[in-house]
Design a protein around this ligand. Structure first.
Ligand SMILES: [Zn+2]
Length: 288
């Protein structure tokens, strides 16, 4: 059983295209294995190793938010619903934490900023870090850098209240697609990192797109203009969810470089043993 974090690092769309044929073959083999597992029952279980628990663990997946294939087969949402029975963390969160430990230098003493606070990931990270700051985008009048009565800190990722260069690591997961000016957000996330500090991020990513798909934008009058069927994602603080402005394409790597990051890349990963199923699963990483 391999418990290291194995990934394919892709620094550009060209690098992806060069590997597209072997990757497609690999995806097909994995897909069949996943579909076979999905046939195993209404509640899907198998044994593997949880990198967060550091031990053998049983993974469970349900059928909430399942996908339909064109041929009618159903496939579970492995990314969000494949959960370790012990720690309760899903595939995406276990992988993000594992990646930060393996590739972004995460240590107990690292000074970390997470662009979330009212989430299971923040709670899990607190168990692994002595120096963690989290925040949410509050709409209750709390000033930037202030805390509300519930103890949540307010930050706007396009105008952070932190000083320059203070964090070793920034984790920004499933946030940038909801930020209208995500380029300003990237510049801010870089600004608060120390030189050599690491950004780890995830967001809806379409490997088939060179250019980011804009689903909604803010017009001159400050109103939201929908260019595609409105898509709302779950949000711990907002019933009805939060609007997704875009699905990113490969140009996100250019946006990261333009924001001043180096070594920007997409890391593709998959592991049966570690419970990282679903294709493609990817995390983005860059260094200040
Ligand atoms: Zn676990």
């Amino acid at each position: 059983m391999s418990v290291g974090f194995e990934s394919v690092r892709l620094a550009s769309e060209a690098a992806f295209r060069a590997m597209a044929a072997p990757l497609a073959e690999t995806f097909l083999v994995r897909q069949q294995r996943q579909l076979d597992l999905a046939q195993s029952g209404h509640a899907i279980h198998y044994w593997g190793f949880c990198a967060f628990c550091g031990d053998r663990a049983r993974f469970t997946c349900d059928w909430h938010a399942a996908f339909s294939h064109p041929d009618g087969r159903q496939e579970p949402n492995w990314r969000e619903r494949l959960v370790c029975d012990r720690c309760g963390l899903n595939n995406r969160l276990r992988a993000a934490l594992h990646f930060m430990q393996a590739r972004a230098g995460l240590q107990r003493s690292s000074l970390i900023y997470l662009t979330e606070q009212a989430t299971p990931f923040y709670a899990a990270m607190r168990q692994r870090s002595d120096c963690l700051v989290g925040s949410e985008f509050l709409r209750d009048g709390t000033p930037p850098g202030g805390h509300n009565v519930g103890g949540l800190r307010h930050e706007d990722v396009t105008a952070l209240s932190f000083s320059d260069g203070i964090f070793d690591l920034v984790g920004c997961f499933e946030v940038l697609e909801h930020v209208h000016d995500y380029r300003a957000g990237l510049r801010e996330l870089r600004r608060v990192l120390r030189p050599g500090g690491h950004l780890t991020a995830s967001f809806p990513f379409r490997m088939d797109l060179s250019e980011t798909l804009v689903r909604a934008r803010i017009d001159a009058a400050g109103e939201v203009e929908h260019l595609a069927e409105p898509e709302y994602h779950g949000d711990p603080l907002r019933e009805g969810g939060i609007l997704c402005f875009r699905h990113f394409g490969w140009d996100i790597l250019d946006a990261m470089r333009m924001a001043g990051f180096s070594e920007a890349a997409c890391h593709l990963y998959w592991s049966w043993d570690l419970g990282y199923l679903g294709d493609p699963q990817c995390l983005f990483h860059a260094v200040r």
